[in-house]
Ligand binder design. Structure first.
Ligand SMILES: Cc1ncc(COP(=O)(O)O)c(C=O)c1O
Length: 375
């Protein structure tokens, strides 16, 4: 198997821990155990023997995850090591040599790389920036054929922050259903909506859906490395058999903490925290960008921890972000990591002081590189 480089993960891994202000994060400022748990719960945690636990995920955790979906119970859930593993397992069980798969772009470019390594041909269908980011459904219906095994979607989308409408979802399902394709729906940003408008899970409306999600984004706990597959029981069973070869089990301690994260009261608390923080930083960002709006433009995200900003200056996005990183110490994601030069992704999920400091450094860098445009 030959994997193409995963540029987004690589560039973040190389620099995110050594910069002054990291605005590449796509989730929300993580919590400490002390902020999550009370003294009694912490005491309980330190007394847990560090065994393997349930390799498919503890019954309590799977039950709490299944509560997020209308018709699922714990048999419909496999706990994974991050949603990255969930994507990996889902690809392994749905894609074979010679298949075709469709990938929504821009996107977290993981599934496509794995599908390529498995010998499939990937058809990319773009979201297009108009008044709102909209998926090219005419193109989707043209590229989907009997050979198409999977349509891979990220909803809410990273990096655009857009949410599919119910009408768009129905059209996508019609196209998938005609050829019996799976919809692989990365729903890790459900719960990070900026308004009261929620996101509909594909699980609620299409039987051949495989959901991948986890606690890294809307629920602010990336370090737990807890993700999941939620799907038909037969899919979960097959994915579990492949997990025997990847990580065997997800961390027993993390699963215990994750069960706490997914207690109903904690879910409510974390979702509110996520929404408040993202909205506050979005207001700050909107004010910051206003004087630059002849050169920087963005569509207000509906969900997710970022803004995807288009620029018109004559510079490649990777060159731009490395210049800003090395000279000002502020780190943002180049559009190149999503196959879209002339864009950058700026994370909204940092603490407000950190976010504001990052914007000040961005201003400083932009006026140094483009003194005629940014004063
Ligand atoms: C859309 C999307 N899906 C999946 C992942 C993987 O997350 P994790 O493995 O931490 O659950 C990410 C991480 O950035 C993401 O943005």
């Amino acid at each position: 198997m030959k994997f193409p480089p995963f540029e987004l993960e690589r560039i973040q891994s190389l620099y995110e821990n050594s910069v002054e202000v990291n605005l590449t994060e796509s989730g929300v400022e993580p919590l400490s155990l002390k902020e999550l748990m009370n003294a009694e719960e912490l005491e309980e945690l330190i007394n847990i023997p560090i065994g393997y636990g349930y390799t498919q995920g503890s019954p309590l955790l799977r039950q709490r995850i299944s509560n997020l979906y209308k018709e699922y119970d714990e048999k419909n859930v496999l706990v994974t090591s991050g949603s990255s593993e969930a994507i990996f397992l889902s690809a392994c069980l749905t894609v074979s040599q010679g298949d075709r798969v469709v990938m929504m772009t821009p996107n977290y470019l993981s599934f496509n790389g794995i599908a390529e390594a498995l010998g499939a041909k990937v058809d990319y269908v773009p979201l297009v920036k108009k008044e709102k980011w909209g998926w090219e459904l005419d193109l989707l219906s043209q590229v989907v054929t009997d050979k198409t095994k999977v349509i891979s979607i990220c909803n809410p989308n990273n990096p655009t922050g857009s949410i599919l409408s119910e009408e768009e979802m129905k059209e996508i399902i019609e196209i998938a259903d005609k050829v019996g394709a799976y919809i692989l729906s990365d729903e890790i940003y459900i719960g990070a909506e900026l308004s009261n408008l929620g996101t509909i899970s594909f699980q609620h409306i299409y039987e051949k859906t495989i959901i991948t999600s986890g606690l890294s984004k809307s629920y602010s706990h990336p370090g737990l490395r807890i993700g999941w597959i939620a799907a038909d029981e037969s899919v979960v069973t097959k994915a579990w058999e492949i997990k025997d070869y990847t990580t065997v089990a997800s961390s027993h301690l993390s699963q215990h903490i994750a069960s706490k994260v997914l207690e109903p009261e904690t879910i409510t608390r974390l979702r509110k925290r996520t929404k408040d923080l993202l909205n506050r930083n979005l207001v700050t960002f909107t004010k910051w960008v206003l004087p630059y709006s002849n050169h920087l433009s963005f569509i207000k995200p509906e969900a997710g921890g970022f803004v995807f900003v288009e620029y018109d200056m004559d510079i490649n996005s990777t060159d731009l972000i490395h210049d800003l990183r090395t000279n000002e110490g502020v780190f943002i994601v180049p559009g190149d990591s999503f196959g879209m030069d002339k864009f950058v992704r700026i994370g909204l999920g940092s603490k407000e002081e950190e976010f504001t400091k990052g914007l000040v450094l961005l201003s400083k860098g932009l006026s140094r590189i483009f003194p005629d445009i940014f004063t």
